[in-house]
Design a protein around this ligand. Sequence first.
Ligand code: PHE
Length: 339
Amino acid sequence: MKQQLLNIDAEAKKALEGINTAAELEEIRIKYLGKKGELTAILKQMGSLSSEERPIIGQLANKIRASIEDAISKKDSELKESGLKEKLISEALDVTLPGKKQVLGHKHPLTLVLDEIKEMFLGMGFDIVRGPEVETDYYNFEALNIPKDHPARDTQDTFYITENILLRTQTSPVQIRTMEQKKPPIRVISPGRVYRSDALDATHSPVFHQIEGLVVDKGVTMADLKGTLEMFAKKLYGEDSVVRFRPHHFPFTEPSAEVDVMCFNCHGKGCSLCKGEGWIEILGAGMVHPKVLSICGIDPDEYSGFAFGMGLERLVMRRYQIDDLRMFFENDMKFLSQF
Ligand code: PHE
């Protein structure tokens, strides 16, 4: 029996040498030390031994069990260590490799120019305000001195939602909302989307952007309007820009004007950019109609104001020489990635 025990010891140690995995290790543990293992099987035969032999064999068996256990746990930590090493090697990071470049998104051309314009007006002490795109007939027309039968309604083909609710055709309703909420002095610009039921082509879109401006205070005159817009044109088109006011009509301003800048491409001679005119129309403007002030609860005898409105798309098209407005809305990466 002593020899059997010694054999088991030797066999177990030998078996341990040749293994590489935790599963194999567990197999060995079960084979030699498990409840149905070889060592247990021998110990079960202890009953047949004499009382002198029993403690001797018992001691030896315990020693061998302890020694095999020891060898197993040693192997276990060896396996774990080499496993960790392998893992570290296979998962090693080469920190000297160049990183993957993150592609940064960038701003849409409309946003780029709008940001620039916002900065200019913020610098002149204007606030930026916003209004809803779904408007009531009252704010979009009525309060702007455009009653139901007014011919100006025909020029702004309107998307109606109900008889009294519509998609705003201009940013001018924000003038009304601002004057209702704030007492003068008022100095705001309001950029945003507007809608008109125009067919989509190279120069028209049913959705486009306007930037509205409004100043109301005591003693505001047409000279302030001219000064402000001249300053704006110079910042946008360069210090040598020349601005001209042409008489026009808007129901909500009186007097009204359309404002042109001298073509920055040909300096007034006439070229393809200005279609031979020498001038480029950039916006509509005027002195806020006294009726509109009154409607908003502002006394026109005490206060006066000016307003202007411009289309963003046209401005940006000229800036970057884009000849088709549809490009702004098609989200073609080849186009967008140029800005
Ligand atoms: N709302 C006008 C338009 O859409 C532009 C405008 C704004 C004119 C403010 C005068 C004053 O044509």
